[in-house]
Design a protein around this ligand. Structure first.
Ligand code: DX5
Ligand code: ZN
Length: 220
């Protein structure tokens, strides 16, 4: 049986009621917290930074999966480890020395993730896949929640899965952007292990039940 990891994206939470929304996720069947950090340079939006993550960490009782959409992420690896990140994901497009960055993340005791923008070919990970704990395939252009899912993602998952198997790597696959009950099952069938969901969870009438439903749909 395949048990898919569900990672609600806090970007879609109500920031004026952040503790309440974190407690909802704590009490739910969700597995991780997905935390989007945007710098207004790598992506055309600014989300939130260290003080907010520090506040989230105090209450969050599940794995903290931090997605850095920032230039030069190497500068902040130690900082994010100190703020409670369990998984730190950097963008392939922001890392000219990706291998070094991955080693630095692991040296701080975190799992190392690499995110690929929709236009970035999975074949570019041929030489690093064995060093990567998780690949995050962006299924929207990063920067905003609530965008619609890019259909080409399914074939990227299949290509990535093929690469992981061929290289005998233990990398898991995360999908980020536009995930709903309409595409969740097909994503998992294609090979996804982790589904990030922002708006679909937090803007639902009943986020807890929505997570239960997502879990059910994706248990194959
Ligand atoms: C987009 C972020 C996503 C976003 C997902 O740049 O990386 O994690 O919060 O939100 P939804 O699920 O609403 O597309
Ligand atoms: Zn994200």
């Amino acid at each position: 049986m395949k048990n898919t990891i569900i990672a609600p994206s806090v970007l879609a939470a109500d920031f004026a009621n952040l503790q309440r929304d974190i407690e909802i996720i704590n009490a739910s069947e969700a597995d991780w917290f997905h935390i989007d950090i945007m710098d207004g340079v790598f992506v055309p939006n600014i989300s939130f930074g260290m003080p907010v993550l520090e506040a989230i960490s105090k209450h969050a009782k599940k794995t903290i999966d931090v997605h850095l959409m920032i230039v030069d992420p190497d500068r902040y690896i130690k900082t994010f480890a100190g703020l409670g990140a369990n998984i730190l994901t950097v963008h392939y497009e922001a890392c000219p020395h990706l291998h070094r960055t991955l080693q630095a993340i692991k040296a701080e005791g975190m799992k190392a993730g690499v995110a690929l923008n929709p236009h970035t070919n999975v074949a570019l990970l041929e030489d690093t896949i064995k060093d990567i704990d998780m690949v995050c395939l962006m299924s929207v252009n990063p920067g905003f929640g609530g965008q619609s899912f890019i259909e080409n993602t399914y074939s990227k998952i299949e290509k990535l899965k093929e690469l992981i198997i061929r290289k005998n790597a233990s990398t898991i696959i995360e999908i980020d952007g536009g995930v709903t009950d309409k595409n969740a099952k097909r994503l998992v069938q294609a090979g996804a292990d982790v589904l990030v969901a922002g708006n679909f969870v937090f803007k639902a009438d009943n986020p807890m039940q929505t997570i239960v439903d997502l879990k059910k749909i994706t248990t194959l």
